[in-house]
Design a protein around this ligand. Sequence first.
Ligand SMILES: Cc1ncc(C[n+]2csc(CCOP(=O)(O)OP(=O)(O)O)c2C)c(N)n1
Length: 606
Amino acid sequence: MDIKNYSLAELEALSQKIRDRILDVVSRNGGHLSSTLGATEIIVAMHKVFDVANDPFIFDVSHQAYAHKLLTDRWETFESLRQFGGISGYTKPSESPSDYFVSGHSSTSISLGVGAAKAIALQGKTASRIPVVLIGDGAMSAGMAYEAMNELGDRKYPMVIILNDNEMSIAKPIGAISRMLSSAMASPFYQRFKKKTEQFVDNFGEGAHYLAKRFEESFKLITPGILFEEMGIEYIGPVDGHDLKSLIDILNMAKAMGKPVLVHVQTIKGKGYEIAEGKHEKWHGVSPFDLKSGTANAKSSVKSATQIYAEALMHQADHNDKIVGTTAAMPSGTGLSALMEKYPDRFWDVAIAEQHAVTSMGALAKEGFKPFCTIYSTFLQRGFDQVIHDVCLMDLPVVFALDRAGIVGEDGETHQGVFDISFLRLIPNMTLCAPRDEKSFHQIMAFAAGYAHPCAIRYPRGAFLPAELPESIHFQKGKAQLLISNASDTLFIGYGNGVGRAAQTMQYLEEKPSLLDLRFVKPLDDDMLRNMASSHKKWFIFSDSSRMGGVGSALLEWLSQEKITDIDVISFEYEDEFIRHGNTLLVEESLGLLPQQLAQKVISAL
Ligand SMILES: Cc1ncc(C[n+]2csc(CCOP(=O)(O)OP(=O)(O)O)c2C)c(N)n1
């Protein structure tokens, strides 16, 4: 949609139309709501001032970029937002050339802007192309943003960074930076004073400009401006992010400055949908809801793995005051909110700062505490080096609780929790285990609370796959549990949620195999596996994880080490490719991973 020649009134009408479309589709499909509603005018202004076909448009996390999708040829297809085979909830160049980069993990945008600016300089196009970056105040809490600004402020590449400050991350933002952003510059006093100064300047002309500038400059000493200006980045703001005229004027100005400029924009999260307006965590990401009342259409009555984790951790924390824990900006997503409320001195949200979360928990462990570092599988990728360098090298007893392990559904590629086994298994001192249901989760938490070395526990998004199986027994390091023993050549080996998948697959088979709950993929249960290898010659592996380096891989390495050569191993883990977004069952069906499909594969393999 070319909006370059739109009048202000037309742009305002367009913003309303965009909001209506977002509300209509998100209320039916679910998705990110309040961030994207709040950023609507900013994105319309970006499209008015910059040229999406030429200038890199870079959205941090990109969950707020729905307006951008609607403005770039996806008005109709937006209908399929986040559905299998449909439009992604994030920017994705393979979906549209207007999407500059894949994004889903936060705080990469300024680095991308710096990289793009370097390329633009090398191409000799500095006069005709400029990166424009949209980043939220929550995303500004991560170290990467400062690493990028540190270089940018020194090299002075022309770039416009729009800081969308809605005073919210998903939850309440944490830390000094967010406090600084909402400090004096944004205060009513400053706003009133600024207006007065502007009137004064208008009335008295040039001479007054000098005074006004002096005022601004001295004020910056106690405002967010100082932070950015001292880094060498011009600061403009705060600007009302719902006032299109101001936004367009200021972005035009920032674009013309020929240097790095940060425009501090204030918005209301959820703007335009009254029920969601303001600081409401629950409207950040939503499942389908009734537009009129704002109530969710359907709520699952089955307990999620996250809920079980939170209850089990609460139980451990109630009985052991050495237990501490952290989340990196996901208090409700990880179930830690209740613990933070009950034990505010022992459970912390550290903002979007996975690396810092891991390392700081290492120090707590060194001091004799027992940290539970609760992070989504996909976001621990950020803290990989810290797991090795600051926890495992010291053999510290940090527990990594990895939520959303496996396919996560509608968030798709950027959020799939499929790599954790592969990237953690190779670390010396690391123990890896997984529960399969509520009871085993409580047992594993008791095990972890008393364990003196690093360990990681993975569990799925939503509920465990249900299965009628013998009860889980007490957890012991490196010990598997044989759940079903049949006089069969075939052994199903399940890990975590894979146990339920294996049990469900069995229901479609006439000849019933044996079923082993592996429980620990590191260390493996040597005795049990030797036993199984002598009686079962066909092993099928069930685990919601990447095949490369995953559970099957661990077992093949073990067989090779043991010089056992007469076992066939077939792994039903994920192939070596990125997994698309969509309803989890539909995605699994497309990968042939539904129990009925797996049963067919087993039959053909036997
Ligand atoms: C590395 C990483 N950790 C956690 C998240 C989860 N996450 C998605 S959006 C978000 C909050 C972003 O807040 P902000 O930048 O202020 O944007 P807003 O939604 O408020 O517009 C978080 C924590 C993520 N995407 N990436």
